[in-house]
Design a protein around this ligand. Structure first.
Ligand code: AMP
Ligand code: MN
Ligand code: ZN
Length: 926
């Protein structure tokens, strides 16, 4: 009885507390309003004349619900399956590309008259549509505005035919643009773009215009291996026209456009037809010059261009509002604002909260995140946590004026009018450090629902505000406070888990010392190296704790002889980037794909080029390295492709990626990202919000370079990028957990087929030949046909708590379906597992996870051939610079040096002596 009363009292108390919070909010708004009215000026930014306020229909609003694509008559099904409305037409083009003659016959040098037609009435637009429908080919470019708008909008479309240049005022004609839909979707008309990836999506987003049959001059550049693929380069080389590309960042909402902007916009499309003609001829002659290649370069360009057309616009999906901005602010500011380790949890929470609030407020006001509040201002607010409006004002202003990157938008007001008008909210958020992200969103949104709307409705925020508590809004804030909170917590927890699993368990550098015969210090090392000398009677122990030995033989040369103090610096067990001490992972400054092909004696200098990094710095360094690899690939003309060979007895080769694969398709997914994603999917797949699930699946798909991802792929992914030692340890652990599972069938991904995937140059891969062989284990299915997974330890986890249907026969597959169609719409997860490849458990799968096929080997061979060892040394220096530029490491050992020569004279007994093959096989320092 008493207990019941207790609960009731508690509930009443909670209800009162909640009302009090609401009251605080609404009264602050009333105060706010009164003040405004008293001032006699109503300066809400919404009343500013933003051109998008005149749009009657908005296809992509700022709500969290997924973007709805164009519905063609009788093709409703395809919409729900997220199939491109013109997929069939585009697919046809991929197999039957357009006629080359269209380009060549009419190609002539365009004059540079400055005549153009400005289209801003419905009649003019219809006339233009009629003209375009009769053309065989026309060129297109678009300009968008993205600062004073949440999703951005197309502000201008430039279209050029051989006869005329048209500039379409897509602001004035925003609601009429459907008139041009047929011309763009007509497969008989070629549309020439330059770098169309964004344009294609923007046209879908704003006008439901879908491009079918495209020739992208940037793709042609790629295929022709042009030194550059920018439009500015093409304009210069083919037309002698010089452009100032900084104009692309102009405010394209301006009316009338300045002469300079008009000229720039017109030039962007005017020469495209001519340039396309030139490039088409070159593609043609390249094809006829190399008949042995069996590749038609023109067809390949067309194929790749139309693949771009198959892209579908989608709104960015986040697990919680502002999540991606928050993570990026956190990772970027690790070094700068001292957000080290857990002591600053409050600061981190504030970053999450501020990002969530900024996200919501930017959507409501239809402003970009940057316009509302810059990332650096968020970081500063979170660290300083100012408590009153004037402090807040100053912190934001300072952050914006002191930061260099804000120069990109020199004209933005700081703090923005939005912030000034919502200062009360910001004060509240900065005081309420205990609030969680979800509460913040809830409360803020409630404020709008409670009739206290301080911000007018528009087509952009209407859905957001009216659907907020509907189940079907893309995200389910309403009833899922607890869930959301848990997801934030589990995100934190899984990062912790990751750190636990993958970072070094014991201090890496043991700070053992080696002295020379004359008592001079030679270097620091780990115990293994020290023991190696001791076992061979080459040294005597001179100190116990920390241990030090003196060599009994005379060494040739001393580190300090070269002025290199590196070897006598104590190496600290911390992240060299930010000083994080609680965990660290080894990081190879020179990527293994190159280093493993270095001559033995250059390889030995690894202690200099292996550093410790925390997971966050590791991630940053890795992605910088992946980027630089691409640059290396371009510079040396040695592609970075991932090559996988399926070897089933007779070794049938199946090259997954062709040499022509575009650079973007192989963007590096860092091992860290991959492993985190795989682990999260394996452990939490069933409980994950669909958006997050899709995000993680995408990471895994990108890594493997294919759509279908099997459970085994996920398991394999857990091992990617581990050192042999880490992997052995990991596998041992895993082996135990698998021993007791029933092994009836193996579901294999069709790429891995029935046996093995090997890296091409596995012979050279000494470091990993044994370690990178993964003995695939089984994915047992429970009595309901649900796929069960064993991950770490003994717990068996059901992945993707969803129906699994097993069909029989040839076309059968094991498919994991999603409960309802709605969800399918925004995250179709398909784990396709081919049953015809179900093989016996004995079949072990070998998989090389090195990533880049022969690229590394070829680069090193090239360097050695052209520049000998000096080339390799300089190559190392470049990588050190990449590392330094990415991390700005503050805790590198003294004497660590980008220019580190790697030149050391090895004595007869040195473990690094190239002649000395008696080296312990295990890693000495790493
Ligand atoms: P373009 O492809 O050069 O015609 O650019 C089209 C649109 O992309 C421009 O109107 C800008 O909105 C945007 N854009 C392209 N490059 C940049 C850049 N470097 N900075 C900001 N916006 C850009
Ligand atoms: Mn342009
Ligand atoms: Zn760090």
């Amino acid at each position: 009885m008493e207990a019941a009363i207790g609960v009731e009292t508690l509930n009443a108390f909670l209800a009162i507390a909640f009302l009090a919070v609401l009251f605080m909010f609404s009264s602050s708004i009333r105060r706010h309003r009164r003040r405004k009215m008293a001032d006699g000026c109503n300066c809400y930014p919404e009343l500013e004349d933003k051109p998008q306020n005149r749009f009657k229909r908005v296809l992509a609003d700022n709500s969290y619900s997924p973007f709805k694509h164009f519905k063609r008559e009788g093709k409703e099904k395809e919409i729900s399956l997220r199939i491109h409305p013109f997929a069939r037409e585009i697919d046809y083009l991929l197999k039957h590309p357009p006629d080359l003659k269209t380009f060549i016959t009419s190609h002539r040098n365009p004059n540079s008259s400055c005549h153009f037609v400005w289209i801003d009435t419905e009649d003019q637009l219809e006339a233009l549509a009629n003209i375009l429908n009769e053309e065989e080919i026309f060129a297109v470019d678009t300009e968008q505005h993205s600062i004073r708008s949440f999703l951005g909008f197309t502000s201008l479309i430039q279209i050029s035919t051989w006869k005329e240049d048209y500039l379409i005022d897509t602001i004035a004609l925003h609601d009429m643009m459907a008139t041009l839909r047929p011309a763009f979707a007509n497969p008989a008309i070629i549309k020439v773009f330059h770098g169309a990836d964004n344009d294609v999506l923007w046209l879908q987003r704003d006008f439901h215009i879908y491009v079918v049959n495209m020739f992208d001059t940037a793709k042609a550049c790629e295929i022709l291996s042009k030194p550059q693929k920018s439009l500015a380069y093409l304009l210069e080389t083919y037309c002698g026209v010089y452009t100032d590309k900084t104009l692309q960042r102009e405010d394209w909402r301006l009316r009338p456009l300045s002469d300079e902007m008009t000229e720039y916009a017109r030039n962007d499309a005017h020469y495209l037809l001519y340039i396309a003609g030139c490039l088409a001829s070159e593609l043609e002659s390249k094809t006829s010059a190399s008949p042995s290649d069996e590749l038609n370069f023109f067809l390949e360009t067309s194929r790749r261009s139309n693949t771009v057309c198959l892209q579908l616009y989608a709104k960015e999906v986040e697990s919680t509002p502002g999540a991606s901005a928050a993570s990026s602010i956190l990772s970027r500011n690790m070094n700068i604002v001292g957000l080290t380790s857990s002591k600053n949890l409050e600061t981190k929470d504030l970053i999450w909260i501020l990002c969530a609030w900024r996200d919501l407020i930017a959507r409501i006001h239809d402003e970009s995140l940057r316009y509302v509040l810059s990332d650096q201002a968020i970081a500063a607010l979170a660290v300083i946590a100012p408590k009153n409006p004037s402090e807040i004002y100053n912190v934001i202003l300072q952050a914006d004026t002191s930061n260099v990157s804000s120069n990109a938008y020199p004209t933005l007001p700081s703090p923005s009018p939005i912030i000034k008008n919502h200062m009360d909210d910001l004060c509240f958020l900065l005081l309420e450090v205990d609030a969680n992200v979800d509460d913040v969103i809830q409360t803020y949104w409630q404020k709008h629902l409670n009739g206290a709307q301080c911000c007018p409705l528009s087509p952009y925020n209407y859905a957001l505000l009216s659907q907020f508590n509907l189940k079907h809004s893309g995200m389910s804030f309403s009833k899922s406070s607890v869930e959301k909170f848990n997801s934030t917590v589990s995100k934190k927890a899984s990062r912790e888990l990751f750190i636990q699993k993958f970072s070094c368990k014991s201090p890496v550098y043991h700070n053992c010392r080696i002295y020379a015969t004359d008592g001079r210090m030679l270097c620091y090392c780990d115990r293994k190296k020290l023991e190696w000398y001791m076992r061979r009677g080459l040294a005597k122990m001179v100190e116990e704790d920390p241990p030090a030995i003196m060599l009994l033989f005379e060494t040739k040369g001393r580190p300090e002889d070269e002025g290199n103090e590196f070897y006598i610096q104590s190496k600290k067990n911390m992240c060299v980037g930010c000083g994080e001490k609680s965990h660290y992972i080894r990081y190879r400054i020179i990527p293994s794909c190159y280093r493993m092909h270095f001559p033995e004696h250059l390889k030995s200098h690894r202690s200099h080029d292996i550093v410790l990094l925390c997971v966050d710095c590791h991630e940053i360094a890795h992605s910088a390295a992946e980027k630089y690899k691409k640059q290396v690939a371009q510079e040396f003309g040695i592609p970075l492709f991932v090559q996988k060979i399926v070897n089933s007895g007779e070794s049938t080769a199946a090259t997954v990626a062709s040499t022509l694969m575009s650079a973007d398709e192989e963007t590096g997914v860092s091992p860290l990202q991959l492993r985190t994603a795989a682990m999260a999917l394996l452990r939490h797949g069933s409980n994950m919000p669909s958006g997050r699930l899709e995000e993680l699946m995408q990471i895994v798909r990108t890594y493997f370079g294919r759509q279908e991802v099997s459970v085994e792929d996920l398991e394999a992914a857990l091992l990617v990028g581990m050192s042999p030692h880490e992997r052995r340890r990991f596998e041992k652990k895993r082996g135990l957990s698998f021993r007791h599972t029933e092994q009836n069938v193996v579901y294999k991904n069709h790429v891995s087929s029935s046996s093995q995937i090997n890296n091409h140059n596995k012979e050279k891969d000494k470091e990993s030949i044994n370690d990178q062989r993964i003995h695939s284990n089984l994915s047992p299915v429970d009595t309901n046909g649900n796929l069960l997974l064993e991950t770490f330890g003994s717990s068996s986890i059901q992945i993707l708590n969803r129906e699994v249907e097993i069909e029989q026969g040839n076309a059968s597959y094991l498919k994991m379906d999603i409960e309802n169609e709605d969800q399918l719409d925004d995250s179709s997860v398909n784990l396709l597992l081919m049953p015809d490849e179900i093989t016996s458990s004995e079949t072990a799968k070998k998989m090389s996870l090195l990533g880049h096929g022969p690229h590394g080997k070829q680069v090193v061979e090239h360097l050695l051939r052209r520049y000998r060892e000096e080339g390799v040394r300089q190559f190392c220096q470049r990588w050190r610079k990449v590392f330094v530029d990415a991390i700005h490491p503050r805790f590198l050992p003294l004497g660590w040096d980008i220019m580190h020569s790697g030149r050391r004279d090895f004595g007869d007994y040195s473990v690094y002596n190239p002649a000395k093959k008696a080296l312990p096989e295990t890693n000495m320092v790493d």
